[in-house]
Ligand binder design. Structure first.
Ligand SMILES: Cc1ncc(C[n+]2csc(CCO)c2C)c(N)n1
Length: 226
């Protein structure tokens, strides 16, 4: 059963069922779960993901700019802090152990799948309002929450990717997913009332489904390096 990250997320997820399954059950994820993912592919992914997080920190910062309520500002600014000062540390530590320093990570050339995803999200926020931005950001936050929980339960005890799995299964990360989900529910209620009957429903759904497809592309990019 899917974890409870709020009713807006549940609605978007149900209407993107096929891409959501392909994202959260991708062969890359299966390789993390059973430990069969080649180390080289994982490191390639981590270097790209570091750059991804830099741009996601910019996108969550745009969330602060587009906030219309204090609770929105609090969740967005806390997410920027979590990203810049904590989540990126996992990437830095793992890569340092392989002789890749942080400046090299920061300067890495972005793969086009990476560029497409992060700039799509930023553009959703620039072009639209807070909800457009949140619809594009939700798959990343909640998808990794769901993947982390499932893999923590079903993983091969010998997988070398337990640290990665535990980062996202961790109660701290799970409570971030819950607070983002609650904040999105409140943001929807504040701006458009009932999502299902809103004239904006299709555009927001399209943002969510497109970002989910871009997550699949990101895993594909990770696998290409073998
Ligand atoms: C491709 C890709 N998608 C999602 C995440 C996970 N993630 C990115 S930003 C963020 C919110 C704040 O922690 C989370 C969970 C990732 N690392 N890489």
């Amino acid at each position: 059963m899917a974890p409870d990250y709020g009713k807006t997320f549940a609605h978007w997820r149900a209407k993107a069922a096929d891409p959501w399954r392909d994202y959260t059950n991708h062969p890359f994820v299966e390789g993390l779960r059973d430990g069969s993912l080649p180390r080289r592919a994982f490191l390639h992914y981590l270097v790209q993901d570091y750059v991804f997080l830099v741009h996601f920190a910019r996108a969550w910062s745009l969330g602060v700019v587009k906030s219309e309520a204090l609770d929105e500002m609090k969740v967005c600014s806390a997410t920027v802090d979590a990203l810049v000062n904590h989540e990126m540390a996992l990437h830095v530590q793992t890569c340092a152990a392989e002789g890749i320093d942080e400046q090299t990570l920061f300067d890495a050339t972005e793969a086009s799948e990476n560029l497409a995803y992060t700039r799509y999200v930023l553009d959703a926020g620039h072009q639209g309002d807070f909800l457009d931005l949140m619809a594009a950001l939700a798959p990343c936050v909640m998808g990794y929450g769901e993947i982390g929980l499932r893999l923590a339960r079903d993983k091969n005890p010998d997988t070398p990717y337990a640290d990665w799995i535990n980062t996202y299964a961790d109660p701290d990360y799970q409570s971030l997913c819950t607070s983002v989900g609650t904040m999105i529910d409140d943001a929807v209620a504040r701006r458009i009332g009932d999502l299902a009957t809103s004239p904006r429903a299709d555009v927001l759904q399209n943002r969510f489904t497109t970002a989910t497809a871009l997550e699949i592309g990101f895993w594909q990019m990770g696998l290409r390096c073998q």
